[in-house]
Design a protein around this ligand. Structure first.
Ligand code: DX5
Ligand code: ZN
Length: 210
């Protein structure tokens, strides 16, 4: 379970992180948006560094930015444990080179594709990553509706490389978590269905189906 702090109350971010950690979170998902690759601006390395000081949980950094290769060193220095970059040409970086850069920095290597992106774009890299993130919403905002039409991508990835983690992100709640797990997901990102509730521990149990 990787709660997405995009939905957290930033006026008391330290408390929010401590609470989801006590509630059973496994990782903390950090959504970095630059207002170019996606139509929204969130936060950068400084906030990831702040999160790093609040918890020992792995930081799962999702870069929705152009020129990720230029910024990877700053997120490594901020304390990221895994860094996930986008495969789309609009992300304006040499994907293979950036994946090696993340690997050489001793971070877990993640790659992701938007719902509109053909799976073919990802296939050449499936043996070079630790985690595939299948976006189940078009990135840029929390609180969007889950796209069940993305499930075949999970199965396809598993059939090609069953050693990598399969992460889903966007519109994950107790029902869509079930569907995602049935299709091969083992990492669930959730923002609204955790931080917009009163009981984080119950929310995480419901998402786990326990
Ligand atoms: C969207 C982000 C997601 C988002 C998830 O671009 O990548 O991580 O914060 O939020 P919910 O769970 O509310 O869809
Ligand atoms: Zn995300």
């Amino acid at each position: 379970m990787a709660p997405s702090i995009l939905a957290a109350d930033f006026s008391r971010l330290a408390d929010e992180i401590h609470q989801v950690e006590q509630a059973g979170a496994d990782w903390i998902h950090c959504d970095v948006m630059d207002g170019h690759f996606v139509d929204n601006i969130s936060f950068g390395p400084a906030i990831v560094g702040f999160v790093r000081k609040q918890t020992k949980l792995p930081l799962d950094v999702h870069l929705m930015i152009e020129h990720a290769d230029h910024y990877v060193p700053r997120f490594v220095d901020a304390g990221a444990n895994s860094i996930t970059v986008h495969v789309e040409p609009e992300a304006k970086h040499d994907v293979g080179k950036t994946l090696r850069q993340i690997r050489d920095a001793k971070c877990r290597v993640g790659l992701t594709l938007n719902p509109e992106t053909d799976f073919k774009l990802i296939e050449p890299f499936l043996d070079k990553i630790d985690m595939l993130l299948v976006m189940t919403v078009h990135p840029g905002f929390g609180g969007q509706k889950f796209r069940v039409d993305q499930m075949p991508k999970l199965k396809r990835a598993k059939s090609i490389n069953d050693r990598i983690d399969i992460e889903v992100d966007g519109g994950i709640n107790a029902d869509t978590a079930r569907v995602s797990i049935q299709n091969g997901a083992n990492v669930l990102v959730a923002g609204t269905s955790i931080f917009k509730t009163k009981d984080y521990a119950k929310a995480i149990r419901d998402l786990r189906g326990s």
